[in-house]
Ligand binder design. Structure first.
Ligand SMILES: Nc1ncnc2c1ncn2[C@@H]1O[C@H](COP(=O)(O)OP(=O)(O)OP(=O)(O)O)[C@@H](O)[C@H]1O
Length: 373
């Protein structure tokens, strides 16, 4: 990577208003990306992420403010800025008149990469992205995932200082997603600065150094994923999968759990996929520990010894399950007994317990709300 003082990307009070729009799509955005940093720009649909990337990659002109890539002002010197960057846009913009290999070579030629070097790079990249077999066939035959792999390989052909990835894993199957995240990780390890948008925040959480969350064109927060998660009031999460009795009301079960000391918030969550199996886990990436049926039985025994000798059952119940997430301001272990006592008192069945930490997605929801845009 070229060594240069100063940030890889600098955005200062950036504003974009589209013609005839009544509000700004980007509304006074400021952030910097350090050399070698992987920066996640997250936000709900319509938050202004693609517009910001459009300006930084010279596809769009800003209405106000400043944006520099590799130290070059994108509106004063778009050609100079383009030499420093590559972009993988949200929509396929491959040249269908060319084969995949030709797409790579054409891109390299545009950026002045000598022919022999370009051919060697194309060979290596086609291989790394699993595209060698189809390298010389027409693009129309490509699936969405293959096109996406090719666009990332193409972006890498001139080894840019800054790589912009706009939803690089959107609408891809899990295998392609894994491959793409691992190639992005390799680019990061080689010192390239990366700006990426994604709605797959928990996938990206281990990859990004810092995250800026935007909404309505404004920056809501900017920090490392660890600090963002730590800053979420309620340090830990206790997920309970519960089957209330047929005569009980699910919302009242949640309300009763909410009353417990140390519970900051209690909410219904969707049941994890596969939750029909007794004792199955599945709180997703946030989960740190699952207590199996043995541990649950021990807890039940403890609750009974404490005088709650009613009819709580553990694991194995049929329908009517609900998932309750307790956000705690206290140690989750200290809440297990009282939570179990509440359920025992209502003759509810406790099917599964997960102790976890909030995820980046929890931070995102907390900041931007639950309503779809
Ligand atoms: N070409 C355009 N003309 C007018 N308005 C636009 C145009 N492109 C985007 N917008 C508007 O600008 C705002 C920001 O859109 P943008 O595409 O930047 O959001 P985003 O965060 O990238 O969303 P998504 O996650 O859906 O890709 C939205 O209100 C959108 O409707």
């Amino acid at each position: 990577m070229p060594s240069r003082d100063g940030p890889a990307v600098e955005v200062v009070d950036l504003v974009k208003r589209y013609p005839r729009a009544t509000t700004n799509a980007v509304d006074g955005l400021s952030f910097t990306v350090a050399p070698g940093e992987t920066f996640g720009l997250f936000g709900p649909n319509g938050a202004g992420k693609s517009t910001t990337i459009g300006i930084l990659t010279t596809r769009l002109r800003a209405t106000g403010g400043r944006a520099l890539v590799g130290g070059v002002d994108v509106s004063r010197d778009p050609v100079g800025a383009r030499a420093n960057l590559a972009v993988v846009p949200q929509h396929n913009n491959l040249d269908r008149a060319l084969t995949p290999r030709q797409n790579l070579l054409y891109h390299a030629a545009y950026h002045g990469v000598p022919r022999a070097e370009a051919e060697e790079r194309a060979k290596v990249l086609l291989d790394r992205f699993g595209l060698t077999e189809r390298a010389d066939r027409r693009i129309e035959a490509y699936s969405g995932g293959m096109a996406q792999r090719l666009m990332i390989a193409r972006a890498w052909m001139h080894e840019p200082e800054v790589l912009f990835l706009d939803e690089p894993t959107n609408a891809l199957d899990p295998q392609t997603r894994l491959l793409i995240w691992s190639r992005i990780r390799e680019m990061r390890e080689r010192g390239v600065s990366i700006v990426l948008t994604t709605h797959q925040m928990n996938d990206a959480a281990n990859l990004v150094d810092r995250v800026g969350i935007v909404d309505h064109g404004k920056l809501l927060t900017l920090d490392t994923p660890q600090n963002l998660v730590r800053g979420l009031a309620g340090q830990a999460i206790l997920d309970l999968t519960v089957t209330p009795t047929a005569r009980d009301d699910a919302d009242e079960v949640v309300a009763a759990l909410r009353e417990l000391d140390g519970v900051r918030k209690a909410e219904r969550r969707p049941l994890p996929v596969g939750a029909a199996g007794a004792g199955r886990g599945g709180a997703g990436r946030a989960a740190l520990a699952t207590l199996g049926p043995g541990a649950l039985a021990a807890l039940a025994a403890r609750a009974r010894a404490n005088g709650n000798a009613s009819t709580a059952t553990l694991a194995g119940a049929g329908g009517g399950r609900i998932r309750v997430r307790l956000h705690l301001a206290t140690d989750p272990a200290a809440l297990l007994g009282p939570a179990l006592a509440v359920l025992t008192g209502r003759s509810a069945t406790l099917n599964d317990i997960h102790i976890g930490e909030p995820s980046l997605e929890d931070v995102f929801i907390e900041l931007t709300g639950r309503d779809p845009r």
